[in-house]
Design a protein around this ligand. Sequence first.
Ligand code: AMP
Length: 594
Amino acid sequence: MATNDYESGLKMLEELTTDAQQIQDQLLGEILSKNAETEYLQGFLHGQTDKQLFKKNVPIVTYEHLKPYIDRIANGEASSDLLLVEPLIGFSLSSGTSGGLPKLIPTTAESAHITATFSKLYRSLMIKHFGDINQAGKRMELMFAKPDVETPSGLKASAVSTRAFKGSSFKAILPKLYTSPFETIFCPDTKQSMYCQILFGLIQRDEVVMIGSIFASTVVRSFKFLENNWKELCSNIKTGQISEWITDSGCRNAASLMLKPNLELADLIEDVCSCKSWEGIIRKLWPKTKYIGTVCTGAMLQYTAELEFYCGGLPLVSGFYACSEGAVGINLEPLCKPSDVSYTFLPNTVYYEFLSIKEDCVTDSQNQVQLNAMSHHEDTGPVDLVNVKLGQCYEVLVTSSMGLYRYRVGDIIKVTGFHNNTPQFQFVGRQNVALGVDMERTSEADILKAVAEAKALLDPLGLILTEYTSDGDTSSAPGHYVIFWEIKPKEGNNNNKNGKELDPKVMEQCCSKMEDSLHFTYRMYRKENMIAALEIRVVKQGTFESLMDYFVTKGASLSQYKTPICIKSKEALNILDSRVIAKFFSPRTPIQDN
Ligand code: AMP
């Protein structure tokens, strides 16, 4: 990016954040006038485009409300008659699920253009803080493309990142600016892909100026992987031959072009990796690295301690907040700590509204936001971007050129300040997520259903599941789900004090059954080793009574007490863990949909 371009990017950021209200109103006007004749908007606005009428008549909706329209488009009906006039180039696959399948978000050439503008602004800001890293060297970004899903209409559904990786402009800059060859990003086997991307990052270590991945969980997973595989990687570098188990032809081709025997480099890496502590390893292996670029907020906050350990003081830059529904916010202070990050919402991407949330309904840590209709302030309707109040929590609604109108993204955010006239938000959490160890969202209902399926396997053994709860364990990477079970025989006394009578085969089947019953994204992440095997920890009888006693001492009402489906409190987890009598893991990856 030329100096002029980056300066114009910074100038544009200032202008956008100053004229936020006007830009938002103009954007809404454009969206409504373009799409007024669609079946969806006609039903509420009868061809009108007035903002007040929009707020009065168009309902606030979730994906489920729009799904029938989106399904019709995916099945071949013309999108221009139904939801949005602009032709679709495909769908984006969101990490949220609906009825067990990923959500499909319509995508147009215009939305791709908006994302490109957003990226330009983001890059300008990064140049301001770190200089132009494109001139300084390469990025070791760990990138994993996902297969597209073909809809009956012929339109493809792709992850937003995969669409970006396929773009011709990305392909053109990849060899010069990134360490990962194209083939490794598209290798369908994530283990082979990760191995090769780390290998190519190591052999180009002198050029690496930035390390990252979209989400922090992937960066941590990669360093764990390196910890477990550095000897083999060094041996490949020594001999110039890639390991036999890398069977993907694309990866092998890339290796044959780039991997040459390099004894000196292999010895150096071996020296660094065989040191006792891996604290600060990134700086030692990639000495020119300026920062780690990865989202560390929200569900990713749980990975930052581990990442900081590997980083040795390098800045962790959580640069932007984006979703399949639209690029949303940029972190204007990329050097601040992950826990202090706020995102400034850009007014030219989507039209926002904010539903205010009652303070006592928000538990202020990742993935713990359990909201229902009662959580919103009933007296106040949604407010516009520039009218949010400092310190207040809100649920985000978007109206966009992608056919989303007053759509609940499902994210809860808190106003922390303003840049010019535009608010800055801290990410608080996702609505209705009970468990999440990566970017998947598992609700209480998902856990309930999975447990119901699995516990039926205990029946023939004369055992019943009396109580259960769960935890997302991220003490190791990848994280995994832990389900605590209290089991008792249907008849007679407890003869299962030490868990010996539990048939390990059946218990493992229970673990697998739960995984098979969980949603699409969970099963996909498991297959890609982004989540490790689900674990059932069987606890002594009486454990859940002790758990209840604990919560009652903490103020829960005994008469209204209900075991939480998911436990976040460390003390409560200690109560459970100290009473575990047996542990079982799922022995296989869950069944995938065709
Ligand atoms: P997807 O639905 O797969 O597009 O994922 C988008 C979701 O990821 C958002 O709605 C957020 O819940 C989450 N997300 C994206 N960026 C961030 C961020 N910077 N911090 C926290 N959560 C994020």
